[in-house]
Design a protein around this ligand. Structure first.
Ligand code: KOT
Length: 801
């Protein structure tokens, strides 16, 4: 939209008056943010209305992206960017004596997700709107997001994330679109005159699902889609129904707090209630909307696609069956055909502990009608497939088995498409995790490598870099990230490479300022900023990074005369509150930081900064400042990774195992521009097959490694007597589940190489440039376009690949 600075100032001051009945001087940054939010909603209002209107009139196919997590980050700047209002608003605020950055920092960052899975959902919402796809998000409006992390004496402490305390400017409560979701009780099926069966329910616990909608603004295209998050409330009690306190609490509890587990299954009844709650509400609202325009369900598969982000929303499958049969009078066969046509499923992990299963008794008690339907799906599957694949394979893959409802199997059986998130991951789904189901449905399996929203992760997070790119390429790359590859042409322009260094230094200074104020730690911006930001998990191997720090520390102590470029090791990582081992690693990192940062022999040659409460907003500060991107998971364990892509796009070089999308990043940017190392997935599986991994052999064979490990238990690092022993034992007594010791040498060698290479800044920046130029391959717009083409069968704005 067109907006002059003068008009904006008039509108903004009017908004302040209306909202606060006072003038600007009397408002806080938060108050200014709220006013700006309201104003933007008003500016965008016509887009949102017209987008829905147009979708309805043209009767276009709609995709519904179901995810138990969405991590959108702050929306102020991304809405300004996508609406094309950044310049007049920034200018107008400045003329009023205000600063956009300060106001933006006052926006709460909704932590409605744990990590990669939730952030991916948010990037894809942005891309769907930007491609002009009729894409809708469906999830849970958690009253409390992921806990706020603080450190006390080096230990993680979790505080509640009260992000809604002052309300959310972006959301619209739509009580008129609420639905009832039923739990528990009994159900009977009564035969009807027409031969169909009708359910009768008694003693159910009913919950009112109230939707809150947030506009998802497309990139300069007038499109605004909807992210719909559901909140659980008491049903209206026109019949004077009395709710006991226990019933009220049970309802409140459903959308009260996000489960803080990443790549792990919680397995608790409340989680199952959350899953059914938003799955049922979402499907009900889809069918209600669809029925307004269509007679009968025949066209459903042509007009609706439902995508499930991992297995948490798998109950959409039996729920759609239920509604089609019980409310819309479809036969089983018709309902099943439609369901499979509509559904598709993305798997995000091969970690066994993340594969969701529910004890049948729990499932049956909580969802009696759904259970009947799952039994029927199971019966049909067995009857159809046993003659072809034999009883053993069918027993291994049926939705019901070992007293459990197996969500991933149900998801594959009830969908027409199953995808992994990087080529290696998809291959492992076919050959390992879902091997048997791949034998049954080979045509369903496909790969969709993850992508990131370059708008947020470069244009917003790294304005200095974005402006520098504009100088070379113009602004087309901002809408077509694949154009970034044209930067390759400037690899031999020393002046440009110098400008890249200057941009990086500026970003490092901004991060250093933050670290100074939060941790009281002074950093040199000429140091190598070596960054690892992701959930704390044994398979992600923050421990390997710790060993490098210990090695560097000992090296400086032993040989102070040997001068290496200074290093800053930066961590951001939350541990699941119940994940004891991960919390021990946090304590270890903090204890090591304490030792290193205060040792006068070390000075400013080596620093360790563990930044508490890592999330989207901190990511936007850290990522642009990184020189080295630590992507060091045990090969085969990280499905894709997405911080690897964000760091690459900001010119960090990957120090990476050949895991997940690292493989594709190394290929896209070129081996010479990254630092690959370590066991391949094949080598890891080789160890599993032969059973001949002996971690102690590596310890014995390498005196340097031995010395590093011994610091965990010999008092070198004060304050970790229990944690140090526990970690030491996990490696040597329990044989190092994630092959840290096997990969130590390769890792250290590449770290040495990095220290060497960093000294030639021109050459280093050439590599950084190769990364930035290749990052367009991993744009979320391209990824979503592939979902639309191959899975959802939806037309969209064409993209140049
Ligand atoms: C969480 C619970 C159950 C199943 C899977 C998860 C999960 C997986 N949460 N996050 N992931 C990550 O998803 C990202 C997006 O695809 C990947 O890049 C990353 O490798 C996964 O670990």
């Amino acid at each position: 939209m067109k907006l002059t600075t003068a008009q904006f100032k008039t509108d903004f001051l009017a908004e302040i008056k209306t909202l606060y009945a006072t003038d600007l001087a009397d408002t806080s940054s938060f108050g200014q943010f709220v006013a700006l939010g309201h104003l933007l909603r008003r500016y965008d209002g016509p887009n949102w209305t017209q987008t829905s209107e147009r979708y309805r009139q043209d009767d276009v196919k709609q995709v519904y992206y179901f995810s138990i997590e969405f991590l959108p980050g702050r929306l102020l700047k991304s809405n300004l960017l996508n609406l094309g209002l950044m310049q007049p608003v920034r200018q107008g605020l400045q003329e009023l004596g205000l600063d956009l950055e300060t106001i933006s920092a006052a926006e709460p960052d909704p932590g409605l997700g744990n990590g990669g899975l939730g952030r991916l959902a948010a990037c894809y919402m942005d891309s769907m709107a930007s491609l002009g796809l009729a894409g809708n998000g469906n999830g849970i409006r958690y009253r409390y997001g992921l806990f706020k992390q603080v450190f006390m004496n080096g230990y993680q402490v979790e505080l509640p994330d009260d992000w809604l305390r002052n309300g959310d400017v972006w959301e619209i409560r739509r009580e008129n679109k609420a639905c009832l979701v039923r739990f528990g009780g009994n159900v009977w099926m009564t035969p009807q005159a027409d031969g169909s069966l009708k359910p009768t329910y008694e003693h159910t616990d009913d919950v009112l699902a109230v939707p809150y909608d947030t506009g998802m603004v497309g990139d300069h295209n007038g499109v605004t889609n909807t992210l719909r998050l559901w909140s659980a409330e008491l049903p209206p009690s026109a019949d004077q129904t009395y709710y006991s306190q226990a019933q009220r609490d049970r309802i409140d509890e459903i959308t009260k707090v996000l489960y803080p587990d990443d790549s792990n299954s919680a397995g608790q009844a409340l989680r199952l209630r959350q899953e059914y709650f938003f799955s049922s509400a979402g499907v009900q609202s889809i069918l209600r909307h669809y029925s307004l325009r269509h007679h009968g369900m025949r066209e459903l598969g042509k007009k609706i696609a439902i995508h499930i982000n991992d297995t948490h929303p798998t109950l959409v499958i039996p729920e759609l069956m239920r509604l089609l049969m019980d409310d819309h009078h479809c036969s089983w066969d018709v309902a099943w055909e439609l369901t499979r046509e509509v559904m598709s499923y993305t798997n995000h992990t091969i970690m066994q502990e993340a594969l969701e299963t529910w004890p049948i008794d729990m499932f049956k008690g909580l969802l009696p009608r759904l259970y009947q339907i799952v039994v029927e799906i199971d019966r049909h599957y067995r009857a159809d497939k046993t003659p072809i694949f034999g009883e053993a394979l069918v027993n291994r893959t049926a939705p019901l088995g070992n007293g459990q409802v197996r969500m991933a199997y149900l998801a594959v059986i009830g969908s027409h498409s199953v995808n992994g998130v990087a080529p290696l991951h998809t291959e492992l789904l076919k050959t390992d995790v879902l091997r048997d189901l791949y034998a049954v449905y080979p045509e369903r399996f496909n790969n969709k490598t993850n992508g990131i929203a370059t708008r947020r992760w470069v244009q917003i997070a790294n304005e200095p870099l974005a402006n520098l790119i504009d100088q070379k390429l113009g602004t087309e790359w901002r809408h077509e990230p694949s154009q970034l590859k044209l930067l390759g042409a400037y690899a031999n322009e020393p002046a440009f490479l110098k400008q890249l260094t200057a941009v990086k230094t500026k970003n490092k200074q901004a991060l250093a300022d933050y670290i100074q104020s939060e941790l009281g730690l002074t950093l040199r911006t000429d140091a190598i900023f070596d960054v690892q930001i992701k959930r704390l998990h044994a398979y992600k191997r923050q421990l390997l990074h710790v060993f490098e720090i210990i090695r560097e520390y000992l090296a400086i102590k032993d040989h102070p005369e040997q001068v290496e470029p200074p290093r800053v090791h930066i961590f951001g990582a939350k541990a699941a509150p119940s994940y004891h081992y991960a919390k021990s690693i946090i304590k270890l990192i903090n204890a090591l930081a304490d030792l290193v940062n205060h040792d006068p022999d070390i000075g400013d040659r080596l620093k360790v900064a563990f930044i508490p409460n890592y999330g989207v907003s901190l990511g936007e500060l850290i990522i642009p400042a990184a020189d080295v991107s630590e992507q060091i998971s045990t090969a085969s364990k990280e499905a894709s990774g997405t911080s690897n892509m964000k760091l690459m796009a900001n010119g960090a070089l990957s120090l990476a195992t050949r895991d997940g999308a690292n493989i594709d990043i190394i290929q896209a940017a070129g081996e010479a521009n990254e630092y690959p190392f370590g066991l391949s997935a094949k080598a890891v599986y080789g160890y599993y097959d032969r059973g001949d991994y002996h971690a102690a052999d590596f310890y014995q064979a390498d005196p340097e490694l031995k010395r590093v490990l011994d610091t965990l238990v010999d008092g070198t690092i004060p304050g970790i007597s229990t944690e140090g022993r526990e970690i030491y034992d996990s490696l040597l007594r329990y044989n190092d589940e994630f092959f840290v010791l096997a990969d130590y040498e390769g890792y250290i060698q590449q770290q040495r190489q990095i220290s060497h290479d960093f000294q030639d800044q021109q050459r280093w920046q050439q590599k950084a440039l190769a990364n930035i130029a290749a990052a367009g391959v991993f744009s979320a717009d391209l990824a979503v376009a592939r979902y639309a083409d191959d899975i959802w069968q939806m037309p969209h704005t064409p993209l140049k690949a």
